[in-house]
Design a protein around this ligand. Structure first.
Ligand SMILES: CC(=O)N[C@H]1[C@@H](OP(=O)(O)OP(=O)(O)OC[C@H]2O[C@@H](n3ccc(=O)[nH]c3=O)[C@H](O)[C@@H]2O)O[C@H](CO)[C@@H](O)[C@@H]1O[C@H](C)C(=O)N[C@@H](C)C(=O)N[C@H](CCC(=O)N[C@@H](CCC[C@@H](N)C(=O)O)C(=O)O)C(=O)O
Ligand SMILES: Nc1ncnc2c1ncn2[C@@H]1O[C@H](COP(=O)(O)OP(=O)(O)OP(=O)(O)O)[C@@H](O)[C@H]1O
Ligand SMILES: C[C@@H](N)C(=O)N[C@H](C)C(=O)O
Length: 465
């Protein structure tokens, strides 16, 4: 993490030191939450939906922060400070300046689905050889990415940075801040359609990642997605000189694609060439093989041998709630995919349920998918129609839009096997009453639905069957 003299930090973020007895005071780390102060850090007071961080500056200094940023418009700071006009902009400038002072090469990852998973997989491959830093959790926006950079060890060789968006020009900002030398676009789904209006516009937003890519940089993208090719070919799409490209995907016309896939109980095996030693992923689903292909493409670009890649994949540490296998105390198997949901990721998860063998009942617990815009009802009905007796025995839905999943499910499932709820506790009660230790449950909805509460309840429940 960043460790500098107070005066140097002021210069790096364009601020001015005030109230400090010692400009050579050493600052270590940057924190934006007074509830998580670490001794000697710089507190950065941000304004959000509920609070103005300036209200917590005195507390932060009392709790061990060595200094704070302070916006000039707020009057006199209550202790050692760096005066700035805008704390967020200063935080972003500090991050850019710190990154430039290191030798770290940046790999940027964006896409509608799979950013966090691909980031975790790529990290595990690169870390076999390099000193690597990666985005923690889902810290992928205009605040999270700068904080990720400032938490980076000074001797980092490669930084794997997740870049998220819900509107145009957000990725452009992040890419220009981080100036990656390699970038991945995982796929173009439906996430944030509400704000973007069309999948083409989502593709344009994702390919803004090329705007900050260094000259001669590498663009690794999902070759199965025609919208990416379309936007890449558009002369209006900003891209660097001497752009190198690599495609990944399931189709054999990609630069890297699987020659065979085998679904296992707790993971997935795949080969890239017939007869070669397979690669093994501790993740379920064909979609995670695709994520793995993107990670392999970049790892090979950085000279990682396939033997190291196989080791890295096998021991990858993954962020939870992405089709995470959870074993209940009561024997029930839960596929916790509750982190987020869109039609593309929901169908990918249902495909995983289809590959699971040896269970009594396959149960899907599906909730609202948010931010999908005017076609949200149709999207939910289509997910319902995707459910068949081959992949689902019982369906539980949660939420207003979940009812549309239930409506669509009637196309292939018997009405007696479909349960729609607006109340989470009622859903949990009914679900538990039907559960058997040999059942498997997929739990999936958008972040805002907090379906991890269903996972927690089911995990610890006493069964009656
Ligand atoms: C600003 C901030 O960091 N807020 C976080 C804070 O929120 P809180 O509920 O406390 O309220 P405020 O935001 O109003 O607080 C303002 C500041 O005051 C601080 N503070 C508050 C109380 C207190 O007692 N002491 C304090 O010091 C506070 O820390 C603030 O700095 O806490 C919440 C709960 O932990 C956080 O959720 C909230 O974080 C916001 C949402 C945030 O953006 N955090 C980033 C670090 C981040 O990267 N979060 C990611 C999610 C990113 C994301 O949604 N990405 C999208 C794509 C990008 C969309 C883009 N348009 C966007 O706007 O984000 C995606 O789809 O992936 C994460 O945490 O997962
Ligand atoms: N390549 C993919 N295609 C479809 N779904 C995917 C893919 N990769 C991951 N998913 C699913 O998408 C959801 C989110 O996964 P992950 O967090 O890795 O993606 P993300 O792009 O970081 O998501 P978000 O933008 O919501 O933070 C999970 O349900 C996961 O199973
Ligand atoms: C807030 C944004 N990152 C997100 O995840 N939105 C989903 C759709 C949600 O809020 O549930």
């Amino acid at each position: 993490m960043i460790k500098r003299k107070l005066a140097d930090i002021a210069a790096m973020c364009g601020g001015q030191v005030a109230n400090a007895d010692d400009n050579n005071l050493i600052i270590q780390g940057v924190i934006t939450d007074s509830r998580r102060i670490e001794q000697g850090c710089l507190f950065v007071p941000l304004s959000g939906e509920r609070f103005d961080g300036h209200a917590f500056v005195a507390d932060s200094l009392a709790s061990g922060a060595s200094a704070t940023l302070w916006e000039r418009i707020k009057g006199n700071p209550p202790g050692p400070a760096i005066l700035v006009d805008d704390a967020l902009e200063a935080l972003q400038r500090l991050a850019k300046s710190y990154l430039a002072a290191t030798e770290a090469k940046v790999v940027g990852i964006t896409g509608s689905n799979g950013k966090t998973t691909t980031k975790d997989l790529l990290y595990s491959l690169l870390a076999t050889t390099y000193r690597v830093h990666k985005t923690g959790g889902n810290y992928n926006n205009h605040i999270g990415l700068p904080l990720t950079i400032l938490a980076m060890p000074e001797d980092t060789e490669i930084a794997v940075l997740e870049m998220g968006m819900s509107g145009r020009y957000e990725i452009e900002f992040l890419s220009k801040l981080a100036e990656p030398e390699a970038v991945i676009v995982t796929n173009i789904g439906e996430s944030h359609l509400q704000q973007l209006g069309s999948r083409l516009e989502i593709a344009r937003a994702k390919l803004e990642i090329l705007s900050g890519l260094k000259a001669g940089g590498l663009f690794v993208y999902n070759g199965d997605e025609p919208l990416i090719q379309e936007v890449l070919a558009d002369s209006d799409t900003p891209k660097p000189e001497q752009l190198h490209t690599l495609t990944f995907g399931l189709n054999g016309n990609n630069d890297i694609y699987p020659s065979g896939i085998m679904f296992l109980e707790h993971g997935t095996m795949f080969t890239l060439k017939e007869g070669e030693t397979p690669f093994e992923l501790p993740l379920l689903g064909e979609h995670n093989v695709v994520n793995g292909l993107a990670a392999i493409a970049v790892a090979r670009h950085y000279g990682i041998a396939d033997t190291a890649i196989r080791e890295g994949l096998k021991h990858a540490e993954l962020t939870g709630m992405r089709i995470e296998i959870v074993q209940g105390d009561n024997g029930v198997t839960i596929l916790n995919d509750a982190y987020n949901a869109s039609p593309t990721s929901a169908k990918a998860a249902i495909d995983v349920l289809k590959t699971m063998k040896g269970y009594r009942n396959k149960i899907a617990v599906l909730g609202d998918m948010l931010e999908l815009g005017e076609d949200e009802v149709r999207f939910h009905q289509e997910v319902g129609e995707f459910l068949t007796p081959e992949n689902t025995d019982l369906l539980f839905t949660y939420g207003r839009l979940g009812r549309e999943i239930a409506a669509g499910a009637k196309k292939h499932l018997l009405p007696d096997n479909i349960y729609a709820y607006d109340d989470k506790s009622e859903l949990i009660h009914k679900l538990i009453s039907l559960l058997h230790p040999k059942d498997i449950i997929l739990v999936k909805a958008s972040r805002g639905m907090k379906l991890e509460e269903v996972v927690e309840a089911v995990k610890h429940s006493e069964l009656h069957q």
